[in-house]
Design a protein around this ligand. Sequence first.
Ligand code: PRX
Length: 650
Amino acid sequence: MPDIESLLKEKRVFEPSADFTKRAHWSKRKADALRKLGAQNPEKFWAQMAEEHVTWFKPWRKVLDWKPPYAKWFVGAQTNVAYNCLDRHVEGEHAWRRNKAAILWEGEPGDTRVLTYAQLHREVCKFANVLKGLGVAKGDRVAIYMPLVPEAVVAMLACTRIGATHSVVFGGFSAEALRDRVNDAGAKLVVTADGGYRRGKAFALKPAVDEALDGCPGVSAVVVVKRTGEPVSMKAGRDHWWDALMATVSADCPAAKLDSEHPLFILYTSGTTGKPKGILHTTGGYLTHVACTTKAIFDLRDDDIYWCTADVGWVTGHSYVVYGPLAVGATVFLYEGVPTYPGPDRWWSMIEKWGITILYTAPTAIRTFIRLGDEHPKKHDLSSLRLLGSVGEPINPEAWIWYHRVIGGKRCPIVDTWWQTETGGILITPLPGAVPTKPGSATLPFPGIDAAVLDEAGREVPARAGGFLAVRRPWPGMLRGIWGDKKRYEDTYWSKWKKIYFPGDGAHRDEKGYFWILGRVDDVMNVSGHRIGTMEVESAIVSHEDVAEAAVVGRPDEITGTAIVAFVTPRAGMRAGRELMDEIRAHVTKHIGAIAKPADVHFTDALPKTRSGKIMRRLLRDIAAGKETVGDTTTLEDYSVLAKLRESEE
Ligand code: PRX
């Protein structure tokens, strides 16, 4: 994670190239005018975006109804997300897109599929009828637990077509994590696959679904896509093969006319407590936000081949793999597997092969490729690329420059986009034809977004002073709540200041007003661009029978940004050692998923605590990072604890 010191030294500025600026959807003049409108009259700005980027069945009575902290956007209007992503590209003014590729897909073994807009539309209508046939109605929740195959996108769009609310659960999460999410959302149907491919091997998903559903009484049906062909058990009456159901339904399914505030999806993300939060997004405002940001920030045009490397299990996969790009009629490339299979040049070979023009990925991937060596991208012709994006964590200037030089051939603008699961879409970002970029800075708020850096009291801090990132006005893609937990929504995001959104990140601004995001200020770690709550990992560890107490902190890691470090006190008489360490790591994988597995486990007799019993994470973070402990330690309950921890480090 970059610290303020190193960021303050970053002086390089990259002006948008004349070539790019000339053709950009949002020229400097347009961007300036919209920025001005967004600042003076944000509702008018967003209404203009909603008219330009979304097809509505019924107009709104009111742009915004803001009863802090609850917002309703485009009140009284009706639309449908699947209609906007599909129907309007196969009929009417843009019917010429019927035979344009909507999805280009490559599986890890190298198999490929292409779905045109007409084909995707047909598949989605059919699967929407399958869902209806299995009793799914408007407002019901559907869980999607899939590898990255086109059917995952079909399932999402089919839900939106009939007004079912989807909850996509990343395929890397464990059976227990799936069970918690299915139950919390009250899903009645699960869409899954027999498995998928990773690192050259088939992995299974269906057994995890079977295990999870043992504790999910509300689920009445499971639809299974055959991807690997590995044997799976199918429970009679509950489990159905995707293909068999699709063969029985009609391809006629009109898009439901849904209220602008109809629940579109729930997506779980880690917070500071043990239980993940079900972030709720709704229809019209979200669609407006993702469609207009996709067009403006990625400058997407009809002849682009756009690749966002995220999985649909994360918010980036929702907003900038599926909904934003399909809403603007783009060709989206999807890749199922890991970046380094069968060799370290897999990504670059696919960019060359498919002629990819826009690449949107995460700093952790970029750092991995830096380490693997320049020879791999250099073996391939990457001249089709014209724009690069970064998301998920602060990008260190060195990685930015490498991305610019080696991947972008010094000609591609880089958009470093700051946003969150909760924000729905991008909030702080360069506009590639209009805003000069600085390596490591997400630059300026998108027009209509009132972002600031504030102190504890809610006052704006001076340039170059660190503070808390804040958003002072509501925006259309904002979360509408935490599923089933009003209080947690109010406490987490709206209690630090009055009527101001607190994202949980630290930041500072430079003299030009550019934002430099410093990372999380709460007990949430950002591992490879994915949020993992320390409490969530701690709860998993202490559920191991030999563990008495555990504290989890993050330490800086060159590749993943943050690595998870666990300090564990075993139960009296229990052996601390390699075996228990391995068990703990396996235990976390079982409870949450491999992504939350601690990189290091340290055993200790006691954890450093304040007199009131609070674990002193700051000290643990220093120890984990191998730093000298600084600052006041007088509130330590037991000085010897700290000394002991340090000894065990050596
Ligand atoms: O800390 C910020 C970091 O990722 C967090 C949001 O994580 P999540 O909800 O999983 O969404 C990730 C994809 C949007 C933020 O609170 N973050 C995201 N993008 C950036 C970033 N930090 C710095 N720069 C970014 N561009």
